[in-house]
Design a protein around this ligand. Structure first.
Ligand code: FBP
Length: 251
């Protein structure tokens, strides 16, 4: 018989694959970075719903607004955060797992900047979050993002290290950066012994460029994608999400 956690995970990752819509960017980067883009949570909910995302990754306040005004969309609640105004490369706990449960989350997400000068804080927090997820039977999605000198890197060796760390530490699903080629990403996937999702990254100029990244990441062995900017920054966001889904979800 499946445990509650396995059932929740299967709900998100049907047949082991998923397309998640990420919308934590107004926290991570600030709304001023998205001039001209409508950041209304209900618009994003509608994209997730109509584009058939398996779940929406949001912070708790956004989740509440959507739940109250849009209805039932599966949520993964992000419980760590930081603003880009802070010079310190650390995500602190900003929401408790209990609050996430309160709005009916079926998964929890937390970021670790692997290699940052504050890595120890995020690893300690991860231990605490993992324990609560275990107690509540909630799958934990860890965003394992490498940093060198506190700067983002997509260098394959650092991405491999970050992804492997997530698996070693016992999270359920790892999400990390694309390394730029199918061959390099294969190495990341091979060494990460839990399901691995690729992060979308900055919006590409042409949608075909992004769809190729999705294809290559999936053929490298990724279990899916958590995408944000490459969907909701486009005018045809719903159609884009559907196209991504066509690639990711096994027929
Ligand atoms: P994107 O598809 O827009 O890259 O979203 C995925 C994500 O992990 C978000 O959850 C997060 O806000 C963002 O990327 C972080 O990106 P970066 O590390 O470039 O600041």
């Amino acid at each position: 018989m499946l445990s509650i956690k396995e059932k929740r995970l299967r709900r998100i990752m049907k047949e082991g694959r998923c397309v998640l819509l990420a919308f934590d960017h107004a926290v991570e980067h600030g709304p001023h970075k998205y001039e001209g883009v409508c950041l209304d949570p209900l618009r994003i909910a509608s994209i997730a719903d109509k584009g058939k995302a398996d779940a929406l990754i949001v912070h708790i306040g956004t989740g509440r607004i959507i739940k109250e005004n849009y209805g039932k969309i599966p949520f993964i609640i992000k419980v760590t955060g930081r603003t880009s105004l802070s010079p310190t490369m650390v995500q602190e706990i900003v929401t408790t797992v209990d609050e996430a449960i309160d709005i009916g989350a079926i998964g929890i997400a937390a970021t670790v900047y692997v290699g940052s000068s504050m890595e120890y804080v995020m690893l300690r927090n991860l231990a605490e979050i993992k324990l609560r997820c275990l107690q509540e039977e909630l799958p934990l999605f860890a965003f394992m993002y490498p940093r060198v000198n506190d700067k983002k890197t997509t260098n394959v060796n650092f991405v491999r290290y970050a992804a492997r760390l997530g698996a070693e530490l016992g999270v359920d699903v790892v999400k990390t950066y694309y390394t730029g080629s199918k061959e390099s990403f294969e190495r990341v996937v091979k060494e990460c012994f839990v399901p691995l999702l690729v992060a979308g990254g900055i919006k590409t100029e042409r949608e075909e460029e992004f769809l190729k990244i999705v294809k290559d990441a999936i053929s490298a062995g990724a279990s899916g994608i958590a995408v944000g900017r490459n969907v909701w920054m486009r005018d045809d966001a719903i159609e884009m999400l559907r196209k991504i889904r066509e690639i990711v979800v096994k027929k």
